[in-house]
Design a protein around this ligand. Structure first.
Ligand SMILES: C[S@@+](CC[C@H](N)C(=O)[O-])C[C@H]1O[C@@H](n2cnc3c(N)ncnc32)[C@H](O)[C@@H]1O
Length: 163
């Protein structure tokens, strides 16, 4: 979170989209701590119900939709200054198509913040070997941006990507 805050900076009411928001913890942080006007989207109705259950008063907007196939015009904003994607990129079947949709939603000068596990960083004998992305998937993720900043955190890598 601290690393993300340093990269994103204060929101000052600008729009942010948290993709695969789960229980909404990251979206709430963007909204309440950093001051972004945040939307959380998740394909799971139970995740969205959990996230929305935390709202008491003004908070993020929540949408139950598939980021890979859903109608992007149904989102509250046409473009986002920040798009976050924590522990979700791994699960996108068509990563190239997903990245194209993110690019379409990102405002000029915006930032795409991705947190993902990297394959091979867990002990070879341990469980959860399949949670990471491969070098080819990492290369696809970082291709075609004007600026790429990476930070390693144990088994995770954080990417700050600018169009
Ligand atoms: C490992 S959880 C991460 C949740 C949250 N980002 C976090 O860091 O706590 C992955 C989330 O991505 C969501 N997800 C997976 N595929 C999705 C899709 N195509 N569209 C939207 N959400 C998706 C899942 O429902 C799940 O809530």
């Amino acid at each position: 979170m601290r690393l993300m805050d340093e990269h994103l900076g204060p929101g000052r009411g600008r729009p942010a989209l948290d993709v695969g928001c789960g229980d909404g913890a990251l979206a709430r942080h963007l909204h309440h701590e950093l001051g972004y006007r945040t939307t959380g989207i998740d394909i799971s109705p139970s995740a969205i119900a959990l996230a929305a259950g935390h709202n008491s008063g003004p908070g993020p907007a929540w949408r139950c939709a598939d980021i890979a196939t859903g109608d992007l015009t149904a989102l509250p904003e046409p473009a986002y200054a920040v798009i976050t994607c924590r522990l979700v990129y791994r699960w996108m079947d068509d990563k190239r198509a997903f990245l194209n949709r993110v690019r379409h939603l990102l405002a000029p000068g915006g930032i795409f913040w991705v947190v993902t596990e990297i394959t091979g960083r867990r002990p070879a004998t341990g469980p959860l070997q399949d949670l990471g992305i491969t070098p080819a998937q990492a290369e696809l993720l970082t291709a075609g941006w004007s600026a790429v900043h990476t930070s390693d955190l144990d088994v995770l890598c954080c990417y700050a990507l600018r169009p």
